[in-house]
Design a protein around this ligand. Sequence first.
Ligand code: NAG
Length: 301
Amino acid sequence: MDWLHKFLFAAFLVAGASTTGARGDAMVTGTVFCDQCKDGQISLFDYPLYGIKVTMACPGSDGQYTTWGEETTNWLGNYAMRVGGTPNLNACYTQVSSNGQGSNACGAAAGPAKQLRLMFNMFNTGMYSVDPLLAQPAQPMSFCQSSSTPAPVIPVSPPPTPLLPPVPRFPPTPFFEASACPHQMWLMPEYQCYWKVVSPDMKVAVTFGLIAGRRYGADMTLRQGMLGRGDPYRTLLREGTTALLNSYNSIQFPYHPIGVIEAMNLALMGSTRHVLHTALNFTRANSGSGNAATCRFTTCK
Ligand SMILES: *[C@@H]1O[C@H](CO)[C@@H](O)[C@H](O)[C@H]1NC(C)=O
């Protein structure tokens, strides 16, 4: 399974867990972005939109489209619709229908409707995804470049996912040396320059994804997560975030960034015992006991 399928599988498990007894149905998932520059594409400035209403329309036997469902996007810009029976939704579309709560400056105009695509079938449930939908403000934002120099465009065929960790632009200095630092070190002001790929104010939900967001809430930042202690889930978050930082900082760290995020999500979907084991494994790696590493931090200039 590639990352997109893993993400959809995780989304499916979460959705499946919330509905009992439903057999034979379809799940439709997608994301809405704010197209801030009104260029019709997802560029560097665009972000997932919360609180936007999305409608799904399907053709009947007479070819007329009727509305089959409506959902509002969550704080990660995602929406998910469930349809009973085992319908073939390949001819259906989703479209931004309104800006939900009406508080959103980006809900003035809607981009084109997008067709559903069947990703896979599992346990009688068809998983469909839709390319990202766009909503636009009334006017392009002031920081948008003029039309003569179009904003850089990110290819968007698979929907962007919060499970994919950011790619470092350059490796930090001790990247090729073995280094592992405990959470206390990462929180010290004199070592703040080692936070290169993620920042202390980044949200846990954005860094680790939907499942972590549900567990820890939408507002928890990485720094707050690293101060947690006491219960197994807070310990997992503290050590998991520390392991992620260490994995970005040294190629010899026992975990790769994607491995940290996967282990974290697997733990959150499993038992409390699994959570404790994963937290313990992260703690061992962060203390350098796996590969006899020490913390290679030197005071930031
Ligand atoms: C913890 O680490 C051990 C040894 O590397 C491994 O066998 C085990 O699967 C890990 N457990 C979890 C829950 O990650």
